[in-house]
Design a protein around this ligand. Structure first.
Ligand SMILES: [Zn+2]
Length: 116
């Protein structure tokens, strides 16, 4: 259900973008989904297909979902590294836990192609 509410919010956003550009049809949309966002790409694709059926603006839109890996930067040695560990990550170089998330939290529309 989480993915469905996200798909609906994205459909609203797409309707706003299309309206601003006087377009009646979305041809292609690229979504960026970070691995920390908690969104399952396949579920989002499925939810988006359901939303498309109800929405003439999106009925023929192609959807590309880019999954963004979780990347941290170490606050001590500045190393940047990707990790699947979202609970207890440590720096592989100096074992610091003072880490900052660089990417992986994304859940947004990255690119939209409209029919004009
Ligand atoms: Zn480090």
């Amino acid at each position: 259900m989480h993915e469905l509410s996200i798909a609906l919010a994205m459909a609203d956003e797409l309707a706003r973008i299309a309206g601003e550009n006087n377009s009646g049809k979305v041809l292609h949309v690229t979504l960026k989904i970070g691995s920390l966002s908690g969104i399952v790409a396949d579920s989002l694709r499925f939810a988006f297909d359901a939303v498309k059926l109800e929405n003439p603006l999106l009925s023929s839109a192609e959807v590309t979902i880019e999954e963004i890996p979780l990347v941290y930067q170490c606050g001590d040695c500045r190393k940047t590294f990707s990790s699947d560990d979202m609970y207890f990550p440590t720096c592989p170089q100096c074992e610091s836990v003072a880490l900052k998330i660089v990417s992986g939290e994304e859940q947004h529309i990255a690119n939209v192609e409209l029919e004009v």
